[in-house]
Write a protein that binds this ligand. Sequence first.
Ligand code: SF4
Ligand code: MG
Length: 325
Amino acid sequence: MTKLLEIDNLSIEFATPSGPVEVVNGVSLDIEPGQTLGLVGESGSGKSVTSLSVLRLLPNNLARVAEGDIRLNGESLLGMSEKQMQNVRGNRISIIFQEPMTALNPVFKIGRQVREAVRQHNKMSGRAAQKKTIELLSEVGIPSPEQVVNVYPHQLSGGMRQRVMIAMAMASNPEVLIADEPTTALDVTIQAQILDLMRKLQKERGTAIILITHDLGVVAELCDRVCIMYAGQIVEQGDVKTLFKEPKHPYTAGLLKSMPQFTGKENQLQAISGQVPHPADYAEGCQFAGRCSSRMEMCDTVEPESYDFGNGHRCKCHLYKEGAE
Ligand code: SF4
Ligand code: MG
């Protein structure tokens, strides 16, 4: 079966004054129609870079795809002309970001901005676009959409602005929605409402969602599958239930241990000590070696292979090499 979206062995280099630095290394993942895939990692792990590369939104003078491919329904996005890419960005893959204030134009009223998104995708009269705008705003749970079209972004709460962004992203009825930390800037109750909304839209429209987050609680709520990223690589991936129950990678296990809702032991909150290395300092062996309590000698010098545990559960760690201990 052709995958809807497929990232195949992707490596991305950034230009720096001291030469190219690889910020994403050998990332492979795929998503089927209607699925939700979580892409989890600390900041600097490469998850946003990976998602921006799908839309080819990384600046050409800074970033270069060094290896690999990205395919939508089997067709390479990297091989497309800029014009074809505009069509993909406008109609087939949408993206929403963490802080909707930066994505909305502060000087235009909400109605105008949503209407523009609507008309970008469908040829229709101004009146029809206005009607569609109000329908979309109501679909994303904005109360009194007839009034909201006449206000400016700063007059709305963060949660309402994120709903507006979702309405704009859904205007084209995309096949894939990439949501980059969509609830991080919001308080907990509003977060839950936005996640509910995404779940509802997905159910109604069958949109595939790539949810970028550092929050495993959000993944547990919303995702079918999850990829755990660390230092530019996917270190483990699998379906959410299996991975939460039987994490294979020491990093995944550490992330889960740091979450009281999964250990059930309020007092044992245990953060993983140390920090994600800077891309310029990526090691020869396992990138997690500096923070790993299971580290072995070979971990410092030999890059671990990816081991397959069946059902799409894969993990990149020497612990699973035959004979390793
Ligand atoms: Fe730890 Fe070694 Fe596995 Fe890396 S390869 S996670 S250092 S045990
Ligand atoms: Mg990010």
